[in-house]
Design a protein around this ligand. Structure first.
Ligand code: GAF
Length: 389
């Protein structure tokens, strides 16, 4: 990979001498969906798929961004003197947003830089290619400019800040946190209210984690995401009139059931119910995993899907086809939608000896029902974003 990036960097910028080489992963969330902006728990892990970058400081105030995946954009040129989001910049608004967020946090770069990236996170799959790129940029900037005041958690928060305020998606912290703090063979049990976290080993002796890509991404994902967030925030405001709570993550199901009628809007009741129940499920799922009770973990994954489909309404026909098919394959321990929703991927835990059948049966039936192929990836859990040697 280094060679490939180096050759492109040389072609575009004369030589690759003195350029740093970096990697930032994508992520898959095992359980705990749409809880991260509700003060709840999440349980994601970093993938070995991700975004590679090569970058070097310049002596002027220009920034050059080039993606080997989205090469139709050519070299995007921006200036440190105009850190604003522009439609024409396309994907480059993500790294540019991080430069902007550094400046907002008081760290203004004293020169520009050149950056070339290449990634193998499937486009639009919901496996966090934007968080990967944001955290990659944070790692690049701290390294190139010798900035030492930001921890990896700060870089995650800066990535989220740039996505919220520069790129208009009101996302929570899960994706950037998983990308920045990932650890090989571990998932991260994160309390998004406090940012306390714990690594839990994911050692599935006789099973594998399989991601299935529906290869659909429905439009308005960001606006529907922001709408869900608003619905939860309105439900919380109604509950706060009766209860001393900071977030929906502070509630257990019994208390929620007792007080839910104070939420005036029935749609908001369902959204809040999902947030509360999913948080409880996530806590129980991690406990089950630690106790070696993978069967219970799988049941909770299935319940998570039903709740995301019926109460939170972030699934879609194609994803429901994949999950329904998966539930019927013997040897599937659990299967659910993963990530923000409205397309993207499912995550399933599948017994080793059922993986072949899983891919064959679901692959064929999905093509028949939906009209195009799904893609399957076996998950290898990798480490967080870093400079490579
Ligand atoms: C997207 C967001 F970016 C995350 O913050 C999280 O809310 C997720 O959707 C749903 O769990 O990936």
């Amino acid at each position: 990979m280094r060679k490939k990036l180096s050759a492109k960097f040389t072609e575009l910028f004369g030589s690759a001498e003195g350029a740093g080489f970096y990697f930032s992963p994508g992520r898959v969330n095992l359980i705990g969906e749409h809880t991260d902006y509700n003060g709840g728990h999440v349980f994601p892990c970093a993938l070995t798929l991700g975004t590679y970058g090569m970058a070097r400081k310049r002596s002027d105030r220009k920034m050059h961004f080039y993606s080997m995946n989205l090469n139709s954009f050519g070299v995007v040129e921006a200036s440190l003197d105009d850190l604003t989001n522009k439609d024409a910049f396309g994907w480059a608004n993500y790294p540019l947003g991080v430069v902007w967020a550094f400046a907002e946090k008081g760290v203004k770069l004293d020169s520009g830089f050149d950056m070339v990236i290449w990634g193998n996170i499937p486009n639009g799959s919901g496996l966090s290619s934007s968080a990967s790129l944001e955290v990659l940029t944070g790692v690049i900037l701290t390294d190139l400019f010798g900035i030492d005041q930001f921890s990896m958690i700060d870089l995650a928060l800066i990535g989220q800040y740039s996505e919220n305020h520069f790129n208009g998606c009101n996302c929570g912290i899960m994706d950037q946190f998983a990308v920045a703090m990932g650890k090989k063979d571990h998932a991260i049990f994160l309390d998004t209210a406090t940012l306390n976290y714990e690594y839990a080993p994911v050692v599935l002796e006789d099973a594998k984690i399989i991601i299935t890509n529906s290869k659909v991404k429905h439009s308005l994902v960001d606006s529907k995401y922001n709408e869900r967030r608003q619905e939860c925030s309105d439900a919380l405001a109604a509950l706060q009139k009766e209860l001393d709570i900071n977030s929906l993550g502070d509630l257990d199901m019994d208390t929620f059931e007792k007080f839910k009628e104070v939420i005036p809007n029935p749609v908001q009741v369902r959204r809040a119910k999902h947030a509360v129940a999913e948080n409880q499920r996530t806590i129980e799922a991690v406990k089950s995993l630690k106790e070696g009770n993978i069967v219970r973990f799988g049941e909770l994954m299935n319940q998570s899907h039903i709740s995301l489909r019926d109460d939170y309404e972030v699934s879609c026909e194609e994803i429901d086809v994949l999950v329904d098919l998966a539930w019927k394959v013997p040897g599937v321990i659990g299967s659910r939608i993963t990530g923000g929703g409205f397309g993207g991927c499912t995550v399933s835990i599948v017994k080793n000896d059922a993986v072949g059948t899983f891919i064959d049966c679901i692959g064929k039936a999905y093509k028949e029902k939906v009209g195009h192929e799904a893609e399957f990836y076996t998950v290898d859990i990798g480490g967080g974003a870093s400079k490579l040697d």
